[in-house]
Design a binder for this molecule. Structure first.
Ligand code: ATP
Ligand code: MG
Length: 324
């Protein structure tokens, strides 16, 4: 990418968009993140749009290298975008000062990483780990004791209070990590593959702890996962592909996390009208280079390009795009 192309991209991405995402807790507006290392440029995020409402529990899925951690690091206030706008709970993450950023990381977001060892201080007990962020925030001793006790209880690990991380199982460590992340009552809990190092039963219980945090405390949760069992328990699953949000699966009728209910897949339509069709659907129908469109009163049909031989109207076609 040349400097002028990058400039154009920046201008395009940072242009004002009226009130896009007004009212949403997390707003990513044409987010771009380009890593430049040793002359090689990696476009990790390529104009990602994302809106998340307060109180939602959302899963983020996508192939390795699709940009999930890049997005999480930006939302956590650990990295800044190359272009585009990003707002969390009213905080503009692209223009924050270092001091505002620190305050943001301490009180607005909590995070949990995949590596259990990265979440907890090894020489402190579970109780002391939860107590630490409360101390940093200047909470009084009685308040700290009550809050730490409550959180360890809520997440099902009160027995671990006096134990150090090396005296706990991986699942217990992750539950304690959730308690630490929740200590200062953040608006958003970010978890980047928190169950990645765990077996499936333990993973389900740690995910259950995230659901408890969401339902009992009302904290908005965004969790990256590779685990299909976990994503089947979530009402909204967003797929990221090549640094953009590509499809969403909404599960209707089962807000209880039981995995039941009726799942419907949606493609994300960005404000330029761009639509990314899932590869498994387009490949199955041999769709490539261009597809034929047929506007209808209530939907748009998408057909493989077979020149003049294409059917003019077949309501039963599997390629029929719904809801657009
Ligand atoms: N610090 C960095 N410097 C250069 N390139 C990077 C850096 N961090 C990430 N990348 C690149 O950016 C792209 C997105 O990486 P990212 O870590 O966000 O992917 P991911 O979706 O989290 O993948 P995974 O599922 O493997 O964790 C990848 O091509 C990666 O190689
Ligand atoms: Mg990652």
């Amino acid at each position: 990418m040349t400097a002028s192309e990058l400039d154009a991209l920046r201008q395009d991405a940072t242009r004002a968009h009226g009130d896009y995402g007004a009212g949403a807790l997390i707003v990513c507006d044409r987010l771009v993140r380009i890593y430049a290392a040793e002359g090689i440029e990696v476009q990790a995020l390529q104009g990602l749009d994302l809106l998340i409402e307060s109180g939602e529990l959302t899963a983020l899925v996508g192939a390795s290298g699709s940009g999930k951690s890049t997005l999480m690091n930006i939302l956590a206030g650990l990295d800044t975008p190359t272009a585009g706008a990003v707002r969390v709970a009213g905080h503009d993450l692209a223009t924050m000062t270092a001091r505002q950023r620190l305050a943001y990381r301490r009180s607005v977001v909590g995070f949990i990483w995949q590596q259990t060892a990265r979440n907890l201080l090894p020489y402190l007990t579970a109780y002391q780990n939860v107590d630490l962020p409360l101390r940093f925030a200047g909470a009084r001793r009685a308040v700290r004791r009550q809050r730490a006790g409550q959180l360890l209880e809520l997440l099902g690990v009160p027995d671990c209070a006096g134990r150090r991380p090396d005296q706990m199982s991986g699942g217990e460590q992750q539950r304690v990590s959730i308690a630490v992340a929740l200590a200062n009552s953040p608006a958003v809990l970010l978890a980047d593959e928190p169950t990645g190092e765990l077996d499936s039963v333990t993973a389900a219980s740690v995910f259950g702890a995230l659901q408890t945090a969401n339902s009992e405390l009302g904290v908005t949760v965004l969790v990256v996962t590779h685990d299909p069992a976990v994503s089947s328990m979530v009402r909204r699953v967003i797929a990221i592909r090549d640094g953009r949000t590509s499809t969403e699966t909404l599960r209707h009728g089962a807000g209880d996390g039981s995995g039941d209910g009726h799942a419907v897949e949606y493609a994300v339509l960005d404000r330029a009208g761009r639509l990314q069709l899932p590869l498994d659907m387009t490949e199955a129908l041999g769709m490539r280079d261009r597809v034929r469109l047929e506007p209808r009163q209530d939907h748009i049909g998408v057909w493989p390009d077979r020149g003049a031989t294409a059917p003019s109207s077949d309501p039963g076609s599997p390629a029929e795009g719904g809801g657009a």
